[in-house]
Write a protein that binds this ligand. Structure first.
Ligand code: AMP
Length: 471
């Protein structure tokens, strides 16, 4: 019997299909397996309730500074004409060339999600005739910005900035006031920062400097990294931003812009530094600091976290930055008007604050809650809801957790919220018309009349200073 030949499977080599890059970054782990679940777009992120305290703290810091230094809040739309940013930030910059969310709307207008807010602030200044009012006009903002950048740690496609702008005054004291504000924004929350500062002069000075810089770098061309070779032709000032090790010695020896500044720009810079000395804002002179956007003139600065000596923060990227932009208002169709401003990245600021607290092993003094109400049993729960509402109406902030039934669980919750007092209502207290006030630090408890709890609690809380510490 002849053996049946086994059919030979033809081996056809399948072409290798490149796996599409995942379009999302964060895995959705909450699905039930049956229905499609939704994820975030690449580079987007949620700000979760667990981080609310940090966001709130920074927001309060900005709001408080705005109030004390008299900056008015300006809200501009997220969507603007694309040319607004192309003209102000400048072609040849990363933001305009690579990172703008540009698209056509239904009327075929080219629009963009704002990549930054200074251009919008200047647009609003011109549009609403603010140049007719007493100068300078001081404005601040807080909100999301969008850049179609390659996402990585600390770099998102939607992120938030707080910013302050002073339009209509060329005096160096305005630069110093803004830098002081940026410094206080962090100092008020206990996060130490220092300012890196430079002057990039006016365009004529910068042009002469660029010529000298290009001449110097051309002579070293063969030693440069590929990016720097490109920068040399495209945007020579960015040569000073190079982080590649092989370019560092060349960068260190490069000509410095300070030497190209004329008398007026030099005087301006010296005065800014004198003011900073006066208000004791720590700064570092950084001749290589040029910033990424086109519109800056003279003063430019960036803000960095510093830990104690020898301790480096987790990341060395800037928390924020800014500078003077004396030509932008005119460039955008307004009258010649000097101006300066800065913006701070909130995501990076929150991360820096957390890293600092971890490194120093300090807890964030967050609680602005006055008490926690713990309840035991149905009647007590009813009474508790009433008490919470009454105390809220009297201006006290009270927390509670109706999903926990045990006293232990509720006191643990009170503890983690760092409230100074717990109010305890059980069956007996409801019948007696009383309530227990427990000092969360000492554990001492006292039984008081329910009608008097507001008065007694307020009296106890008045012994606390603003930082939640007992005097
Ligand atoms: P810039 O407008 O580029 O000077 O940025 C000012 C600050 O905004 C930076 O120092 C960052 O803190 C923050 N920032 C800028 N771009 C991003 C981004 N893609 N993701 C998160 N934060 C950003």
């Amino acid at each position: 019997m002849s053996k049946k030949k086994m059919p030979v499977k033809k081996l056809v080599k399948k072409p290798k299909i490149e796996k599409a890059k995942p379009r999302v970054e964060v895995k959705n782990e909450g699905g039930n397996g049956n229905k499609k679940t939704y994820n975030l777009l690449r580079g987007m992120h949620d700000v979760l309730p667990k981080d609310e305290k940090y966001w709130k703290a920074f927001y309060h810091s900005a709001e408080n500074l705005a109030e004390h230094f008299q900056f008015g809040r300006l809200e501009t739309p997220l969507l603007e004409e694309a040319s607004l940013f192309i003209r102000s930030i400048g072609k040849g910059t990363d933001v305009v060339d690579k990172e703008m969310y540009i698209f056509e709307d239904r009327d075929a207008n080219k629009v963009t999600l704002r990549p930054e807010n200074t251009a919008s602030v200047v647009r609003a200044y011109i549009m609403h005739g603010m140049w007719n009012m007493t100068q300078p006009i001081k404005m601040w903002y807080w909100g999301p910005m969008f850049r179609y950048d390659r996402p990585q740690a600390g770099r998102f496609r939607e992120f938030h900035q707080a910013g302050f702008e002073t339009i209509g005054d060329a005096d160096p004291v305005q630069d110093a006031e803004l830098i002081l504000l940026a410094h206080n924004f962090y100092k008020d929350l206990g996060l130490p920062v220092e300012i890196h500062i430079n002057s990039i002069g006016m365009p004529e000075e910068r042009q002469k400097y660029k010529t000298a810089l290009v001449e110097y770098y051309r002579s070293k061309r063969s030693y440069l990294c590929d990016d720097c070779k490109q920068r040399l032709n495209k945007n020579p000032l960015r040569l000073l931003d190079c982080k590649q090790e092989r370019c560092q010695p060349i960068k260190d020896e490069a000509p410095q812009i300070i030497a190209w500044l004329e008398e007026d720009s030099k005087n301006h810079f010296t005065k800014v530094l004198e003011y900073l000395d006066e208000v004791e804002v720590p700064y570092v002179l950084r001749p290589s600091l040029v910033r990424g956007l086109d519109y800056y003139t003279r003063t430019v600065f960036e803000i960095y976290t510093v830990l104690a000596e020898g301790e480096l923060p987790g990341s060395q990227s800037a928390l924020g930055g800014g500078g003077r932009y004396d030509l932008l208002v005119e460039e955008m169709g307004g009258k010649p008007t000097p101006a300066a401003g800065f913006s701070l990245g909130i995501e990076r600021s929150v991360t820096a604050l957390k890293q600092y607290m971890d490194a120093k092993q300090v807890k964030f003094a967050v609680t602005d809650l006055d008490a926690f109400i713990a309840q035991l049993g149905d009647q007590a729960r009813r009474r508790a809801l009433k008490t919470i509402n009454e105390l809220r109406a009297s201006g006290l902030k009270v927390s509670y957790n109706f999903s926990k039934n045990s006293l232990k669980g509720q006191l643990e919750a009170a503890n983690s919220l760092q409230v100074p007092y717990a109010l305890i209502l059980g069956q007996k207290e409801v019948q007696d018309g009383t309530i227990i006030i427990r000092d969360m630090e000492s554990g001492v408890q006292e039984i008081v009349d329910q009608k008097k709890v507001e008065h007694i609690l307020k009296k106890k809380l008045s012994r606390f200073d603003g930082n939640g510490k007992k005097e």
